[in-house]
Design a binder for this molecule. Structure first.
Ligand code: OXD
Ligand code: MN
Length: 598
C-alpha cells in the first residue's frame, strides 16, 4: 500500500483521536465500493434507483439541515487575521484546532474510518496535487471516487516522501454507547466547522456530510488551499470551466470562463452550438488550475474527475449533454423519486402526478412545495460526458486563448466586450457581479452583489493579495502570450423583464466573435469600457433577435456606467488599504473615458 511515514503516522494519530471501530484504506476497487453499498443498503441510507433505466445509480436524501455549503461556518485559519482579509471568516488557528480536537475526540465511535488517497488532476500531470481524506462517511467515499482519481495509483505517485494535503472529515455523529445510526448523520449548525489552515496546508471539516463541506478535494483543496499554493508557487487556482472550441475550418481555441453560481457554467461547458460546423468540447465545468507552460502560454488542467452539478433546471433543452452524462454510474442527492424509481427535479420535464420528494414525503402537483431541493445534485464521471474532449486529461493541460468573466446583469453590462490588455482584464474580473433577483434576498433586489473572479467564497487568503497575484502573473511571461480577457452577459432584460438574448446554444455567436478576435480577425469598436463588437461583427444570421435588440445588447449607457463606476469604487473601498492602486487607476481611466463620451 504505502511506506509514506508521514501519511502512516497521520492516519495513526487521527485514528487514536477519532476512535473508529475500523480503519479501511480505500483502494478504489469495485469490491470495496460494493461493500460500502451493501452497508448503506442494510441501514436504509441509500435508495437503489431503477437499474434498467439508470444502471449503477443511487439516491441519497440528506438531513434537512445539511443541504449546501455553509459559508458562515467556513473558516480561513491563517496565522494572522490580516491574511484572511475582509471576505473570509477568520479563526485563530491554535484556538480552532483546540476546539475541533475536542469535537473529533471519539467522533467516529461505532463507525469505519476510511482513508481516501486522492489526486486532483490527472495522475501523470506535473500540475496535479495529492490529498488524503480521512472520513467516516461512506457517502463521501462513493462521491470522492467519482470526483477525483483515488486509491492505489495515488499512493504510488505519492511515494515514500511525497507531499499531500491532509484532509480530516467527520460527520460529527458518534455512535457512543450503542446509539442508533440515522440515514444521514451530521452535527448541528453551531458545531459545523469547515476549516482551512493555509500555512500548513491542512483541511479539517466537521459536522456536515454535504457537497463542498465534505468532498474536500473540490472547494476546500482545489480552490481555497490551492489558491494559496498557487500564489506561493506562481500559478492560479480558479473557479472556471474549461472548453475547447473548434471552428468549421477545424481550428481550435481553448476558453476558460468564470461565473458566479446559478449562471449556467455547466451548460456553457457542454454547449450545443446553434451554428453548424462549430464544435464545443468539455474539459471541465467548475475548476481550472492554470500554469505558465514552457512556451510562455497559460495552460489549464481540470483538477476534477467528475461533475457535481445542480440538478434543478437541467433538461434535454437546457443541457442535453448533462442529461446524457448522468444516465449511469451517478449518485443523486436530494432529488425527487418517481413511482418507477427514476429521478425528477423542477425543470427536467412536466411534473408527474406523484413523486416522493427530497425529504421522503409523498408529493403531488397540488402539494405547493418543491419536490427536489433547489441545491439537489448529481455526481457523475466526467468521462461519461458525450462532449468530453479526447485530450481532457492531457498532463500538460490545454493552452488557453481567452478568459471570460460573466454574471447575471439585467442592465448596463453589454453582451460581450474585450479588455484593452491584461491589467484591464484583471479589472474586469475584479468588478464581476450578479444582480440579486427576487428569488434570492428581497431587500437587496436590483442591487449588484460583487463576486470578484467568482471566487469570493473560495479565496484562501486576502482578496486584495489575490487580485495582486493576478496582476503579477503578467510578470512571469510575455504579456502577449497570455489569454485575451472578455466580459460576457447573457442576462440582459428588456423593459418587460424578458431576456433579450436567447442564450444557450446561441451563445456560440459570442464565442465565434471571441474566437475570431483571438485570430486577429473580427472587428470591434473601441469604447470607454473596452472593445465592443459592432453589430456587423457579430454573426446574427438566422438569429431570432431584432437588430434593435442587438443594438441594446451592445450599447453603452453613459449614465448607467457612471453609476456603475461609483458602485465599483465602494466595492474596492470595502476591501481596504491593500487594494492594488492600479485597479483604482483603471477605475479612474474608465470614469475619464465615460466623461469624454458625447
Ligand atoms: C459549486 C459551487 O457547487 O460553486 O460548484 O457552489
Ligand atoms: Mn462551483
Amino acid at each position: 500500500m504505502t511506506n509514506n511515514q508521514k501519511l502512516l503516522a497521520w492516519v495513526d494519530e487521527m485514528t487514536t483521536l477519532c476512535q473508529p471501530d475500523d480503519v479501511v484504506w480505500f483502494d478504489g476497487s469495485k469490491e470495496q465500493q460494493d461493500q460500502i453499498l451493501e452497508d448503506l443498503k442494510k441501514r436504509d441510507a441509500i435508495i437503489t434507483l431503477n437499474q434498467d433505466k439508470l444502471p449503477n445509480c443511487y439516491l441519497f436524501r440528506s438531513h434537512v439541515s445539511d443541504v449546501a455549503r455553509v459559508e458562515e461556518r467556513t473558516f480561513i485559519a491563517s496565522a494572522s487575521e490580516e491574511d484572511a482579509g475582509p471576505t473570509n471568516n477568520w479563526y485563530e488557528p491554535t484556538a480552532l484546532k483546540e476546539k475541533m480536537h475536542a469535537l473529533y475526540s471519539g467522533s467516529m465511535k461505532g463507525r469505519t474510518l476510511y482513508v481516501i488517497p486522492f489526486c486532483m488532476g490527472p495522475i501523470d500531470s506535473p500540475s496535479s496535487r495529492i490529498g488524503v481524506q480521512i472520513t467516516d462517511s461512506p457517502y463521501v467515499v462513493l462521491n470522492m471516487k467519482i470526483m477525483a482519481r483515488t486509491g492505489q495509483p495515488v499512493l504510488d505517485r505519492l511515494g515514500d516522501d511525497g507531499f499531500f494535503v491532509p484532509c480530516l472529515h467527520s460527520v460529527g455523529y458518534p455512535l457512543t454507547d450503542g446509539k442508533e445510526d440515522v440515514a444521514w448523520p451530521c452535527a448541528p449548525m453551531e458545531e459545523k466547522y469547515i476549516a482551512h489552515f493555509p500555512e500548513t496546508r491542512e483541511i479539517w471539516s466537521y459536522g456536515s456530510g454535504y457537497g463542498g463541506n465534505a468532498l474536500l478535494g473540490k472547494k476546500c483543496l482545489a480552490l481555497r488551499i490551492a489558491s494559496v499554493m498557487a500564489r506561493d508557487e506562481g500559478w492560479m487556482a480558479e473557479h472556471m470551466l474549461i472548453l475547447k472550441l473548434t471552428n468549421p475550418e477545424g481550428e481550435v481555441r481553448h476558453i476558460c470562463a468564470a461565473f458566479p453560481s446559478a449562471c449556467g457554467k455547466t451548460n456553457l461547458a457542454m454547449l450545443v452550438p446553434s451554428l453548424s460546423g462549430w464544435k464545443v468540447e468539455t474539459i471541465g465545468d467548475d475548476i481550472a488550475w492554470l500554469h505558465i507552460g514552457k512556451d510562455g502560454r497559460l495552460y489549464a488542467i481540470n483538477p476534477e474527475n467528475g461533475f457535481f452539478g445542480v440538478a434543478p433546471g437541467t433538461s434535454m433543452r437546457s443541457n442535453p449533454n448533462a442529461i446524457k452524462t448522468i444516465g449511469k454510474n451517478t449518485i443523486f442527492t436530494n432529488v425527487a423519486l418517481t413511482d418507477d424509481n427514476e429521478v425528477w427535479w423542477e425543470g427536467l420535464s412536466p411534473a408527474p402526478e406523484h413523486l416522493i420528494d427530497w425529504q421522503g414525503q409523498d408529493w403531488t402537483r397540488e402539494s405547493g412545495t418543491r419536490a427536489a431541493h433547489p441545491n439537489s445534485r448529481f455526481t457523475a464521471p466526467a468521462a461519461q460526458c458525450p462532449t468530453i474532449a479526447p485530450d481532457w486529461q492531457a498532463p500538460e493541460g490545454v493552452p488557453i486563448d481567452a478568459i471570460l468573466f460573466g454574471g447575471r446583469r439585467p442592465s448596463t453590462i453589454p453582451l460581450v466586450y474585450e479588455s484593452f490588455n491584461w491589467q484591464h482584464g484583471v479589472f474586469l474580473g475584479s468588478i464581476m457581479g450578479s444582480e440579486v433577483t427576487a428569488a434570492i434576498i428581497s431587500d437587496q433586489l436590483g442591487k449588484v452583489r460583487r463576486d470578484p473572479f467568482a471566487m469570493l467564497p473560495f479565496i484562501g487568503y486576502h482578496v486584495a493579495d489575490y487580485i495582486q497575484h493576478w496582476l503579477d502573473m503578467a510578470k512571469l511571461t510575455d504579456e502577449s502570450k497570455l489569454p485575451k480577457i472578455y466580459s460576457v452577459n447573457w442576462f440582459r432584460k428588456d423593459e418587460d423583464g424578458q431576456f433579450i438574448w436567447p442564450g444557450y446554444g446561441e451563445n456560440i455567436r459570442v464565442l465565434e466573435w471571441i474566437f475570431e478576435r483571438t485570430a486577429g480577425q473580427a472587428g470591434a469598436k473601441k469604447t470607454a469600457i473596452g472593445n465592443v463588437p459592432n453589430i456587423k461583427d457579430l454573426n446574427t444570421a438566422g438569429l431570432n433577435v431584432s437588430n434593435e435588440d442587438v443594438d441594446t445588447l451592445l450599447d453603452i449607457d453613459k449614465d448607467a456606467w457612471l453609476t456603475e463606476a461609483q458602485s465599483i469604487r465602494a466595492h474596492f473601498d470595502s476591501y481596504g488599504q491593500k487594494m492594488p492602486q492600479v485597479l483604482y487607476d483603471e477605475l479612474q481611466g474608465l470614469e475619464d473615458r465615460l466623461n469624454d463620451m458625447d
